[in-house]
Every structure is written in C-alpha cells, then in structure tokens.
Design a binder for this molecule. Structure first.
Ligand code: SAM
Length: 410
C-alpha cells in the first residue's frame, strides 16, 4: 500500500478528535535542564485573511494551507520533539542529547516546509484578483465546478512526497528516466511528432504534480491533464506558473517508521528540478489542466468530453471508485487507432467492488477491441530508491501499450 494510504486514516481520526489548539506547534519542555531546547517561533500565524468571495473554487485558501501545515507540524513535533510524553523511566534510558540531536534536524525541516508554504501563500496573495488567462502562461487551469468535491489527497504530507517523486533530483533516475521517459518513448513510437503537422493529443488523468504531462509537453505533444485534488492543483499552478527558483523541502520528516538515520528522515531536497516554468517559456510550450473528477468531466455528455490520440494512465487506474466508469470514460475519449499507455500497480481501495487482476483487466480491454503491442513488468520505487530507508514503497508495476481497434457500428 502507498504510505499515505496506510497511515492517513489513523492520523485523520486523531486529528478529527483533537481540539484546534492541538495543531499549534508544541513547545517541548525537556526533563533535563541541560538539554533545554530553544524553539523557533511558529512561522505561520492562524490569523489569515478569509478567502474573497471570488476565490477560485479549485484553489486552496490561505487558511487551508496554514491548517495543512499545522497538521504536518503537529505530527512531526509530537512524534519527534515532545519530551513531555517521556516517562521518567524512558528519559533515564536515553542519552542526554537525545532530543538535541533530533531537534536541530527537525526544526530545520519544519522551517523549510513552512517557508515553502509561506512562498505559496505570498503567491496566492500576489495573484488574487488577477486575470488568470494572463497569468497562466504554462499551465492553463480549467475548473469544472460541477465535478469538484472528490479529493483523496488533501494533506501536505501527500504533496511533499509527490514533490519528491516528480520534482526532486533524487528521483530523476528511478521515476523520470525509468518510468516517465519510457512512457513518452512508447508514444513517440506509435504517435510520432511530425514537422508541419498538428501534434497528437494526449490526455493524462490523475496527473498529480504533473511531471509526466510536462515531459510530454516538452516532447512536443498537445497535452491535457486532469486532477481532482485541490492542494495538488494549487501546487501545480505554483510550480508551473510561478516558481522561478528552487525551494528546499523536507519531504519525509513526518514518516517515523523504517528510517535508518535521522539524516534520512529529515533530509532536504531542492524542488522543482528542473524549473518547468522557465524551461517551458523558453520553448513557448503550454498545456491544460482540468480540475475535478475525471469521470464527471470526461464521460460522454460531460463538460470536458473530447477525443484524443492517446491516454496515459500512470498510477491511476487503481484509484477508481468504479472500474467500469474509468474504462468506459477513457475508451470513449480515444480515437480509433488511439493508444492507451498504462503504468502502475492494482492497489485498489478496499471499498472497490470490482477488483480485477491484471489478466482480467487485459482481457477486458481486449474484449473492447484493444490490441496489446507491449506489456512488461517494471521494478519501480515510488519515490526514493531502494536501499535508503528500511522499507521502500516499491512495485513490480505493469507497463503496457494497447491500440484501440476499429469498432463495428452498433
Ligand atoms: C497515486 S496518485 C498518482 C499521481 C501521478 N499520476 C503520479 O504517477 O505521480 C493518483 C492521482 O490521481 C488523482 N485522482 C484520483 N482519483 C481521481 C479522479 N476520479 N479524477 C481525477 N483525479 C483523480 C489523485 O488526486 C492523485 O493525484
């Protein structure tokens, strides 16, 4: 299971039960005076301006960003730094500098993440009320208000892990070179870019922080991606339409299991790498991101329904509430001769009714008239490479390419 899926429900229950004051960063009071810790003042204040009535529905408000930061800090602080939780007996067993060792790293991590959030909030301030058309030079955001609402990824922790996956230099080899690039190469093989002709159209549903659509756009394709998480879209807008320099983040400071060293848990990385805004503007590239549930927007009769030459599903098909809804919507979008490139596991939600094994999924697509031209298994580490943490989120994912065959008229 993806890490955030495992611990999210437990944390969510705790957070729901906790009073609002619990989200204010804790100030550790150590049992031993020699190890007393000076804490930095909270970087974000709770006193945020309320969102203006015309605040875009797809975008997080300042208050929502502050709350998600506080929740993340609460998890880190209460697990790493709250000495009041220690019994006298536990304290007696630990070395005197136990908290000091952690604190330096944990505070530096917290400052990095808070600074990122501060920068995003400043960006939201600067762009409030601006003409979006004018501002969205690289990522054109298309909200579909009727399809907003479902949002399974609403935490800063999920964002930090996806920032690492898509835009962290540590994942350049195992994520970009070993997954996104082969997907783009498959498309180049089946729907090449031809000089003087309109580029083929590609749809990427559930694109997260959108490195795959970025690679496709830079390769010359006409790209539309889609995402239903408000915080992911807020971050994607920031990365593609604003970020002109890299930022330090600490993407794993909230994960307290399977760490070898403190420096692994609290490591910092620089994102985004590369800088997508600068790269895209230099080559006059742009792409579109629709916001809302993929099925509601793109099903036949949906406000965004259209035909495309390729659909790329990357760690997406198993996110469905109804598998047939996903397959039917995507199938209806593909032109005959169109390509469906898929990469990922089948890590379904427990509540999903129809859970197909890959063999059955493949048979279902073949039944619809798809011809599989390539299928392989790829050892894929979801973010950090194997060998750093004591456990790595790792999949033997299926990578497949299927071409939509000609349909007989009904
Ligand atoms: C496991 S993540 C993968 C993200 C990205 N494709 C990647 O490989 O890093 C699944 C993504 O799909 C999005 N998602 C899930 N269900 C969706 C739906 N019905 N419509 C649009 N996006 C959805 C989630 O918000 C999340 O960003």
């Amino acid at each position: 299971m993806r890490l955030e899926v495992i611990w999210k429900p437990a944390v969510a229950v705790l957070l729901l039960l906790a009073p609002a004051s619990a989200f204010l960063p804790v100030t550790p009071t150590l049992h031993r005076a020699s190890a007393r810790i000076q804490r930095a003042a909270p970087i974000c204040s709770t006193a945020q301006r309320p969102a203006a009535p015309e605040w875009p529905l797809w975008q997080c408000t300042q208050e929502e960003l502050t709350q998600t930061l506080f929740r993340n800090e609460f998890v880190v602080d209460s697990n790493a730094l709250d000495s009041t939780k220690l019994t006298e007996r536990e304290a007696a067993f630990l070395p005197d500098d136990f908290f000091q060792r952690r604190e330096k790293k944990a505070l530096s991590s917290r400052q990095a993440n808070a600074a990122l959030l501060q920068d995003i909030k400043a960006y939201l301030d600067d762009t409030e009320g601006m003409d979006r058309e004018e501002h969205e030079k690289v990522l054109k955001i298309r909200p579909h208000p009727e399809a907003l609402g479902k949002d399974y990824y609403s935490t800063l922790s999920a964002v930090l892990l996806h920032l690492l996956r898509d835009w962290g230099p540590e994942c350049e080899d195992n994520v970009v070179k070993e997954m996104y690039e082969p997907m783009v190469n498959e498309l180049l093989k089946h729907k090449p870019i031809t000089a003087g002709e309109k580029p083929p159209t590609v749809f990427v549903p559930g694109s997260g922080l959108s490195r795959l659509p970025y690679e496709l756009m830079m390769a010359g394709y006409d790209v539309e991606c889609n995402e239903n998480s408000k915080i992911f879209v807020t971050l994607a807008d920031y990365i593609f339409n604003h970020c002109s320099k890299t930022q330090s983040i600490s993407p794993m400071s909230h994960i307290f299991v399977e760490n070898m060293r403190l420096s692994d848990q609290f490591f910092q990385t620089q994102i985004p790498s590369p800088l997508p805004r600068a790269e895209a503007l230099a080559q006059d590239k742009h792409m579109t991101m629709s916001v809302g549930d993929m099925v509601e927007i793109y099903q036949k009769g949906g406000s965004g329904h259209r035909k495309v030459d390729c659909v790329m599903t990357c760690f997406f098909i198993d996110t469905c509430d109804d598998l047939i809804d996903y397959v039917e919507t995507i199938d209806n979008m593909l032109n005959e001769g169109g390509v469906w490139i898929n990469f990922g596991p089948l890590n379904y939600q427990p509540t999903l009714k129809l859970k197909l094994v890959w063999e059955e999924m493949r048979a279902l697509w073949e039944h619809l008239g798809y011809d599989f031209v390539q299928e392989s298994r790829v050892d894929h580490c979801y973010n950090l490479k194997h060998g750093i943490r004591l456990h790595t989120e790792r999949y033997d994912a299926v990578f497949s390419t299927a071409i939509k065959g000609t349909r007989k008229a009904a």
